[in-house]
Structure formats: structure tokens, C-alpha cells
Design a protein around this ligand. Structure first.
Ligand code: NI
Length: 191
């Protein structure tokens, strides 16, 4: 496995709409190796997710995993998930406010409005269909990653610019209130 270089904001690859993969391309050994690299790179950087565009491959693949994550210790856990050609559909008008960060936007966090209940359809790395409902904080993580495949970065969705903060200042000034809010969201949606 190889750790891939992560593109940072301003690089045009992050603004591309990634293309769909065919089932044959997905089965190809090179794609499978790429998925291993994507997982390894996400874990190495302590990301909660990573999209192919972030490592300079404009194909519709992203990975998500939340364990004991030092960047996001308050996030509910998500087992390793590989999404190929994902499509997200909001299931209700309910929204919540998520404080996000991104490996492609070093040292910046900001508040983003996300759908609280979504349906996610995709293929897994073996081409088997995934069709699941995701809610709450975890739904925010899914939307953040799929946004990358459409050339969108969380900062595009930050409406209240006064919420922007470095990671140190988030820890110092915003974290306590946000963690309390996360507990409410988790209590409401169970994830
Ligand atoms: Ni990101």
C-alpha cells in the first residue's frame, strides 16, 4: 500500500466533478489497490473520511471510518465504509448544524448546515449494492465526502463566516458548546 499525497484547497482537482466507475473498472486490480491506498491515507491522516478527488483521482469513490479519532473524539463511530458511485437523497427537511474540518483545508473549521436524515445508495468495493439510511452526525460525514466528488468543499457551505476557526481556537472557544450540541443530536438520531 502507498500513502497518497492529499490535495489542498486551491488545487483544481478538488473542484472537478468526479466520474462514475463502471463495474469492470471497479473490479480491476488497479482500482482495488487504489481503494486500499485511499483507506491507508485516510487512516494515516486521522481523517473521518477521504474522497478520491482529494488524492488527485477524479473518480466517484470515497471512504469513511470513525473509530477513536483524535481529530473528532466526539463523533459517533462508523465502521469502515467504501462508497462507489454514491448518491445521497435527503429523507426529510430536518437539518442540523455541523462543525466540520477537512484534510484538504488545513487548520480551519466552520459550521455547515447538513440534512439530518439521508438515504445513501452506492456500490461497495466488490460491486455489491449499498442502500442505507444514515442520520445525525454520521449523515453529516457522508454528505461532506460525497460533496468532494461533486467538486464541493465544506467552506462553500459555511454561511456564518464568524464560525470559521483554527483547530486550536475551535478547541479553546467552540468545542465545549459544540460537544454539548453533538450529544443532543446523537440523543435525537442515535448516531
Ligand atoms: Ni473533506
Amino acid at each position: 500500500m502507498t500513502l497518497r499525497k492529499i490535495a489542498t484547497i486551491g488545487h483544481p482537482v478538488l473542484r472537478e466533478r468526479a466520474r462514475e466507475l463502471t463495474v469492470a473498472e471497479l473490479a480491476d486490480e488497479r482500482t482495488q489497490r487504489f481503494i486500499d491506498d485511499l483507506i491507508e491515507t485516510m487512516r494515516d491522516a486521522s481523517g473521518a473520511g477521504l474522497a478520491a478527488t482529494q488524492v488527485f483521482e477524479p473518480i466517484r469513490v470515497c471512504v469513511i471510518e470513525v473509530g477513536d479519532n483524535p481529530r473528532y473524539p466526539y463523533k459517533p463511530k462508523i465502521p469502515l465504509t467504501v462508497l462507489v458511485n454514491p448518491v445521497i437523497e435527503p429523507l426529510s427537511d430536518e437539518k442540523f448544524s455541523n462543525y466540520e474540518g477537512c484534510l484538504s483545508v488545513p487548520n480551519l473549521r466552520g459550521r455547515v448546515t447538513r440534512h439530518a436524515e439521508i438515504r445513501v445508495r452506492a456500490l461497495d468495493r466488490h460491486g455489491a449494492p449499498i442502500d442505507r439510511v444514515v442520520r445525525g452526525i454520521s449523515a453529516g460525514t457522508y454528505q461532506h465526502e460525497v460533496d468532494h466528488l461533486d467538486g464541493k468543499i465544506f467552506v462553500d457551505r459555511v454561511e456564518d463566516k464568524t464560525s470559521l476557526a483554527t483547530w486550536d481556537h475551535f478547541e479553546r472557544y467552540q468545542k465545549e458548546a459544540f460537544v454539548a450540541y453533538v450529544k443532543e443530536i446523537v440523543a435525537k438520531y442515535g448516531e
